[in-house]
Design a protein around this ligand. Structure first.
Ligand SMILES: NC(=O)c1ccc[n+]([C@@H]2O[C@H](COP(=O)([O-])OP(=O)(O)OC[C@H]3O[C@@H](n4cnc5c(N)ncnc54)[C@H](OP(=O)(O)O)[C@@H]3O)[C@@H](O)[C@H]2O)c1
Length: 405
């Protein structure tokens, strides 16, 4: 296979993971890091030196790279801030490049629809950086679901508890924001760090290969423990077209980081998967199965899949843009249902200095999420003191997100 040439935008933040993925492919002769955009070379002097020595072309602006690399780069990768995903993806597709854009692909349904239109009108593809869809555990479990081994999927329940210090929100201008420079960011558990697990919920809820279940209505509650504009604690109940339910419980105000956990309940079996581990399935007929994790990084596999797809070796993308539309719909539905983001009163928080920054922990959040997960009930349904009940929001025919806080 002729190596695929990549152009990465950025060298800081998550751009490091993109560069690492391309370098891994390069070692295997499948890819080549051809160009990188570094808008602040003084900030990244040693990285720029290292890349230049290796013959990587450095550009000061995205527009310059798109203009100069038309016949050289085949895939542009966008590990950039959430508010820029849409316009930078469309610019690359229109200029004739294939794209890998980070998750979330977009934050509003109107934006992802515009991106899908641009993709259809180009003869190029757009893959999304939801890397779970490139892991062997997730793909094999999805295969079992599509083979009907778990029967009708009734519920997918996910929980994610991470701890983020204030320094996490200080790393760039858009972190923790609902809006930034007049654009939606919706940064929070659902849209950013724990987005993978809502995406997985929708993916496992559909019995069609290559599809995620389409949400028809959502009931959700959004909260903040940190003194930020966005949410850092959420719970969602998503009803899908096929009738299966997805429950999502998440926080960034946990006492420690835990690996997110998934439970998929079908009429013929139950599967359990903790991220980074094996999948355990118990079938109703008494059989059981373990899907062993092959330890291959989904982040690298996602790039390998894009390269192989481009060369016609893989027949499909693991996470094409179209697959992620139900995620954006559920995300918008969650905000519409919650109507606002509620601050958790300080009496329910433990705020203290830690590692040169500040940590914020919600009292009993581990127990609250475990109970919500067990009962498949939102925080207000459980009677949690700081929680407020919300109504279902209907997503049928939903075309535009315009909410203000
Ligand atoms: N898949 C995953 O597991 C995963 C994990 C983490 C993050 N992400 C995603 O990755 C994306 C980036 O997140 P982040 O937290 O790393 O963001 P960030 O802190 O804003 O960093 C983005 C990087 O891109 C550069 N950049 C942004 N726009 C640019 C432009 N127009 N031209 C040149 N360089 C540009 C920035 O350069 P400067 O430093 O010069 O500003 C920085 O190096 C987000 O979509 C996030 O959701 C995904």
């Amino acid at each position: 296979m002729k190596p695929v040439s990549f152009g990465v935008v950025g060298v800081g933040g998550y751009a490091k993971a993109h560069i690492y993925a391309v370098e891994t492919l390069e070692k295997e002769g499948l890819g080549k890091l051809s160009a990188v955009v570094v808008r602040n070379p003084d900030k990244y002097r040693s990285a720029v030196e290292h890349l230049t020595e290796r013959g990587v072309r450095i550009y000061r602006s995205y527009e310059d790279m798109l203009g100069e690399e038309a016949d050289r780069i085949e895939v542009v990768t966008l590990p950039v801030g959430i508010p820029y995903h849409k316009e930078m993806t469309i610019a690359a597709l229109e200029a004739g490049f294939n794209v890998i854009v980070e998750k979330p692909p977009a934050v509003t349904i109107q934006d992802i629809d515009e991106m899908l239109k641009a993709e259809r009108e180009s003869s190029r593809f757009c893959a999304v950086g939801f890397q779970s869809q490139s892991e062997n555990t997730v793909r094999t479990l999805k295969r079992r679901i599509c083979e009907g081994r778990l029967g009708e999927i009734r519920e997918v329940v996910v929980k994610g508890r991470w701890k983020r210090l204030d320094s996490y929100y200080e790393r760039n201008a858009w972190a923790g924001k609902f809006m930034h420079n007049g654009r939606y960011v919706l940064d929070g558990t659902i849209c950013n760090p724990l987005a993978h697990y809502l995406m997985n919920g929708l993916y496992f809820a559909s019995t069609e290969w290559g599809e995620a279940a389409n949400p028809v209505r959502v009931r959700a509650e959004l909260y903040r423990g940190h003194r930020i504009e966005g949410e850092d604690t959420s719970c969602l109940e998503v009803e899908t077209e096929g009738g299966s339910m997805i429950y999502f419980f998440a926080t960034l105000c946990a006492p420690r980081n835990e690996r997110p956990h998934h439970e998929i309940v079908g009429s013929e079996g139950v599967a359990r998967w903790t991220t980074g581990g094996d999948v355990y399935i118990e079938y109703r007929n008494g059989e059981s199965e373990v899907i062993r994790y092959d330890e291959r990084s989904g982040r690298v596999e996602l790039f390998r899949n894009a390269a192989r797809y481009l060369r016609g070796v893989d027949g499909e993308l693991n996470c094409p843009l179209e697959l992620t539309r139900p995620f954006v719909l559920a995300l918008n539905g969650a905000y519409e249902s919650s109507g606002t983001i509620r601050s958790i009163p300080e009496e329910h928080l433990i705020i203290r200095e830690e590692e040169g920054s500040i940590s914020t922990t919600i009292n009993n959040i581990v127990e609250i999420i475990d109970e919500a997960f067990r009962q498949r009930r939102l925080y207000s349904d459980l009677g949690v003191e700081w929680a407020h009940p919300t109504e279902y929001f209907d997503l049928r025919g939903y075309r535009s997100f315009n909410m203000r806080l």
